[in-house]
Ligand binder design. Sequence first.
Ligand code: 5AD
Ligand code: SF4
Length: 517
Amino acid sequence: MTSAAPSKTIFLETFGCQMNELDSELVQDQLSTLGFTFHDSRNSADVVLFNTCSVREQAENKVLSRIGELSVEKADGRDVIIGMLGCLPEREGESLLSKYPSIDFLCGPSELNMLPSLLDNAIQGIALNRADRSALQGNRSRRSAALSAAEDNLELLDLSRSFNPDYLQTKGKSAYVRITRGCNKFCTYCVVPNTRGAEVHRPPDSIIDECKELAETGVIEVTLLGQTVNHYRYTHGVALNADGIEVPQIGPGLTAFKKPVAPSDHVTTFANLLQRIHEEVPELQRIRFVTSYPRDFGDDILTVMRDCQRICNYLHVPAQSGSNRILKLMNRGYTVEEYLEFVDRARAIIPDVEIAGDIIVGFPTETEEDFQATVDLIKHVRFKNNFVFHYSPRPGTVAIDRFEDDVPRDVKRRRLNELLDIGAVISGEVHRAYIGQEIDIFVEKVSSKEHQQKGVELRWEQAKVQLSGRTAGDLICVFDVNQDVAESMVGEIVQVKITESAPLLLKGTLSVAQLAK
Ligand code: 5AD
Ligand code: SF4
């Protein structure tokens, strides 16, 4: 690596999902190891990196406006290197370099191991053509890209993680662990299968090893990541198809290209994986996973969740719509009835499970009747919270080619607000039900500055500080503690008695048992 690297400072801004947050964490580890220093000001860093999201147009516009501002500064003589990482360059391709000449290089989410050399070239000012300034999965086929990832460098980034607890909010006590890359679902509105490639599953032993390494550094909570995390299925050596017949391996973990295989000694299912992590890494106090796909979510997973105390009673299962007609146009592969059957089954097996969802309003052709069906769905399911998005046509998706974006903007907005209003009432009720209970909270951060008592500093009483954390069911909880103990509680699990609630918040006090400790 370049000798110039150690003196360079980097500002890295992350947009989008947890996958991107993890990628940024790994990028930061990787570049710190090479001697770069991370800096929290975009205005003075030598290198500005954006890890981008392409799921909705709004997310892209935000980054492009940042690029616009930096272009002006660059034209004005500022010496800054600009790198764009993640899903936007993967979706848009090398043409971004012509459209935005201030960008020095592009790096897709599956090519992040190429980042040091892209950065090195830019630092050394080597004049390269567009192709050599771009590391993108690009026109390699999804399948060949996934195969080569499985064969050589899939593990590179995840396993080279030199975990750096310092820069994490939770003092390095909580970490993401990727178990699957890519997605094979092809929902018609979604760019992810194009930007993140075909589904590839990591070998279970390497996942367990990473969890153990994290636990050794003090991590007590892991969140397993996959676009359809419950589809995790790793095939060892020989695979069996649904009829029990052996099928040849085409690459480690690449069961996605074959017929479904029957669970056997050759296969590690998601339920097996959860159970193994629970048993083999007892230091982990909380094991979470996102995002679940409502189809193919077997009782085996729910039973493991129920029986393994340290697996959190939380599911994030996007429904996307309550209308069967719209679900079909979205190519979601399930009906409303099947979604509700899953929710009922989950609640029957894990009575205290909390469920969060995602809904898209204003998908092409969505009528008032379709929308009412979605209202009915959210009233029935009673999500602890429900993320609502208005449909955003994305280049490269089936929906943008096949359907006209015909729901007017103001109708989308009205439907979105209506769902948020109904969702807030339901979330309020879900949260209120916790009042009076004593619950374990994983403390994530100090949430606000010192309290002042009606503007007057009380000298005889210790200043209080508000801590913020989460229940196992992923509800956010705040509570006050004395300033002198606040920092020591971050990254710990403490018991809190819930005294108040709001639609997306619990408030409480440290339980007496906790105070006595
Ligand atoms: N428009 C609006 N919302 C989208 N999502 C994904 N693609 C789009 C799109 N084109 C939403 C889905 C998904 C969440 C991560 O983002 O609800 O679950
Ligand atoms: Fe996108 Fe559908 Fe895959 Fe989720 S399951 S990442 S919405 S294609």
